[in-house]
Design a protein around this ligand. Sequence first.
Ligand code: SAH
Length: 266
Amino acid sequence: MAGTDRGKSGATADLGPVIVLVEPQLGENIGMVARAMLNCGLTALRLVRPRDGWPNPAAVAASSGADCVIEAVEVHETTEAAIADLHRVYVTSARERGMVKPVVTARRAAEEMRALAARGERVGLLFGPERSGLFNDDIALGDVIVQVPLNPAYSSLNLAQAVLLLAYEWYQLGDDTPARELPLHGGVPAEKGQLIGFFERLEETLDAVGFFFPPEKRPGMVRNLRNMFERAGLTEQEVRTLQGILSALQGAKLRRAPRSEPQSEA
Ligand code: SAH
């Protein structure tokens, strides 16, 4: 599958939260949860009383190859049984529950779960049924409520999207992908000496054709040109290409020059 390297494992999985779905209704959502989890390196999925039983072919189809998550699913009769071996439980809700319990954002939940896992604590993240959300009795079993801050007039996420959002935040904190990069694919950034050599040759070439006019504007024009090429972040190969362009233009000029001479009749 595109974007998937089967040779790589979800190496972070053992540190990540266990995902618990209480009374999930649609197999498709369970499959999409498994997919979202594996995208984010999570593999432990527990189901409490899934409406359509387990295994569920609709879940397998929707999981789109996240087999290791589907195959390791645990099914429990009660929420209590599903969380019995965990040290901390974060419960998720789209709405206020009127309970005196800390409420955190998804980002904060991820930070706390990472800190707890680093101390060796097993953490669970509980999600409720599509129609009703978690029962208040399940919320009461949790340490912390996670409420993803969204449009107050429409804040209820699809179950699998809620899992993705939480799992994504968790994954991001352990990921060091640069926010922006320029892959050079084996190329090497040009050294300043090579660049300056190109600048000087370009400027000589432009001098020869009278480009810098009027002459008093030359220093500013040279700086502008140099800034343009500096912004490009050129590789060694790219500077060689530019040098090649100058050589080709000079060669063309030399080749053109005889044609501008009067033709001999002989
Ligand atoms: N209709 C339900 C929401 C069900 S959505 C209600 O009004 O509560 C299914 C599950 O996705 C929820 O039980 C919760 O676990 C999660 N979820 C959806 N939106 C969320 C949000 N904004 N913040 C945290 N969890 C959310």
